[in-house]
Design a protein around this ligand. Structure first.
Ligand code: HEM
Length: 525
């Protein structure tokens, strides 16, 4: 017979009460965590709801409900310009802090941006630290200078008028879904500027034939969200669900990578064969193929591929959603439409022949409309997260504390502001929720100082060293699309497009609550 093993009295107590012990340790941990975050953390003096200070859970509920930027805005309205929204996260709405964080001290980005990786690899937007980003940015910066972007005007106009001709055939008889319409336009424009390649997405849209690349670009962010919530082991199973549309969404990253890789290998082959021209109008890819990180290190192909996918993603839905919202606004504001049409009829005698962009940049009411459009409907209204560094001194690490409007923030604190709130500060923009292009026109009621103050608060393309790389291209396409469409069409909303269906939702970029923006474009008499 095997003798029974006698446990020491204390060991047997623990084994009998194991669950109790675990619960007690967990409760003590939670208690210490709560007490620390509420009373002892260096951030505890910062205003904000107490429950936000102890957990990121509360802000996550707004993220899931696709209303983070509105939630942050109401916290500013309640608690003032600095608010603690998590145990380690502080948001601000203040011009000089914005300059310090993004432009003067150039804080590194937070790890949030890793959720935007393409091809499982970094591109400029996801490169967190300032030094590595500077090397990445140099690879493409020349491509988007205003003068270089202006060289791509002929294609931009051609694709825009291709759309206009297709819509003229519809003769205003049925609504068109603008998000898809302008996505196809932007896919053609971006692909042409990146690769010098004519994709024909607009042509396919006109023939009601699916363009797989445009679909993949639309699917890619949804895939990213799904991928981040499904455990890695389950992802392969999820992707095997036998539904064609579903599989297409799961494969969107592969579709994009295959398309871009094909362009890279094609152009590299041409380069090796000495067949690449040296014209002044280079596609961005040609610049990347020639770019070196250091005198001995060329930019590798996998970085070139993810950089190009990054630009396809960053440039397409942002611009097409902005254009869609501008037309939605015009569909319900005939007063603005009339003023725009009057100015454009005057400046553009032949509706099918647009003048050079420099002429279109000098039209005062159009300029005011574009600024107000970017203020109210910026496609990226979201928190642009940065991390307080170990030192803001140029003389190296010193563990000094960053002073944000009187609050001392230790290194590692995540700080951010958002365009949604900078653009809706009622002191700078009276009646901030109203769409008023006239606020941008100098008048007896608006001084040049007020105009300068409004301009300084605008950050539709971000701000500082990480500002949108393609903003000149975006500005140009927004303007060309508005001018060409307003000159040629009247626009109205069908009954299914309503204030509710167009309510702005955000998941870093914006989209309408109804996931579509149907409008009717009727050729002008
Ligand atoms: C209305 C249209 C657009 C808006 C509102 C927009 C907005 C933004 C914003 C806010 C950022 C900065 C993100 C941050 O600081 O975290 C950004 C970055 C970027 N955008 Fe855009 N964007 C637009 C169009 C475009 C276009 C057309 C392209 C190129 C084809 C583009 C390429 C990029 C790139 C490459 C970056 C990363 C910049 C870097 O870190 O070097 N964007 N964009």
């Amino acid at each position: 017979m095997i003798p029974a093993v006698q446990l020491a009295p204390s060991a047997s107590w623990f084994s009998n009460h194991a669950l109790l012990v675990v619960v007690a340790v967990a409760l003590t941990y939670c208690f210490v965590h709560v007490i620390y975050n509420l009373f002892l953390s260096p951030l505890s003096a910062i205003p904000g709801p107490w429950y936000y200070a102890i957990s990121d859970f509360w802000m996550t509920t707004h993220v899931i409900r696709l209303r983070q930027c509105k939630a942050v805005q109401s916290l500013f309205e309640q608690y003032g310009p600095v608010v603690r929204i998590g145990p380690n996260k502080v948001v601000f709405r203040d011009l000089s802090t914005m300059r310090n964080v993004y432009s003067v001290y150039k804080f590194d980005k937070s790890t949030y941006y890793k959720s935007l990786l393409t091809n499982d690899n970094d591109h400029a937007m996801t490169t967190l630290d300032h030094a590595n980003h500077a090397i990445r940015r140099k690879s493409y910066a020349q491509h988007y200078t205003p003068s270089n972007v202006a060289q791509f005007q002929p294609e931009m106009q051609e694709f825009t008028f291709q759309l206009i001709h297709s819509l003229e055939k519809l003769n205003g008889k049925s609504p068109v879904e603008c998000l898809a319409l302008f996505r196809h336009l932007m896919v053609d424009v971006v692909v042409s500027s990146l690769f010098g390649y004519r994709l024909g997405a607009v042509g396919r849209w006109a023939m009601d034939v699916e363009d797989p690349l445009s679909t993949a670009i639309n699917d890619f962010p949804k895939r990213g969200i799904l991928r981040s919530v499904v455990p890695a082991w389950a992802w392969n199973l999820v992707c095997r669900i036998p539904n064609k549309r579903w599989r297409q969404m799961c494969d969107s990253d592969q579709i994009l990578a295959e398309f871009v890789s094909a362009r890279v290998y094609e152009m590299r082959a041409e380069k090796n064969a000495g067949k690449l021209g040296d014209s002044e109008r280079l596609p961005m890819l040609q610049r990347l193929l020639e770019y070196c990180y250091s005198p001995t290190e060329q930019m590798p192909d996998h970085d070139i591929i993810s950089e190009c996918i990054g630009h396809c993603m960053a440039g397409t839905d942002t611009t097409s959603t902005s254009i869609s919202y501008l037309f939605w606004e015009l569909s319900r504001r005939p007063d603005i439409m009339k003023k725009l049409q009057a100015e454009l009829d005057d400046a553009i005698p032949d509706s099918k022949l647009l003048p050079d962009i420099t002429t279109l940049q000098e039209l005062p009411y159009l300029n005011a409309f574009m600024k107000e459009g970017l203020r109210v409907y910026t496609a990226v209204p979201s928190l642009l997260e940065r991390v307080v560094p170990s030192s803001t001194s140029k003389h190296g690490p010193s563990n000094e504390i960053f002073d944000m409007m009187g609050y001392a923030l230790p290194p590692g604190t995540i700080v951010a502001t958002q365009a949604w709130s900078m653009h809706r500060d009622p002191v700078v923009f009276p009646s901030p929720d109203s769409f008023v292009p006239e606020r941008w026109l100098e008048s007896p009621y608006t001084s040049s100082e007020e105009l300068a103050k409004m301009a300084a608060h605008m950050m539709p393309f971000g701000t500082g060293t990480r500002v949108c790389g393609g903003q000149n291209l975006a500005h140009m396409m927004l303007r060309l699309a508005v001018v060409a469409f307003v000159r040629n069409f009247d626009v109205s909303a069908p009954p299914e497009t309503t204030q509710e269906s167009m309510d702005i939702k955000d998941s870093f970029v914006i989209f309408p609550a109804g996931f579509e923006c149907k409008l009717v474009f009727t050729p002008r008499q």
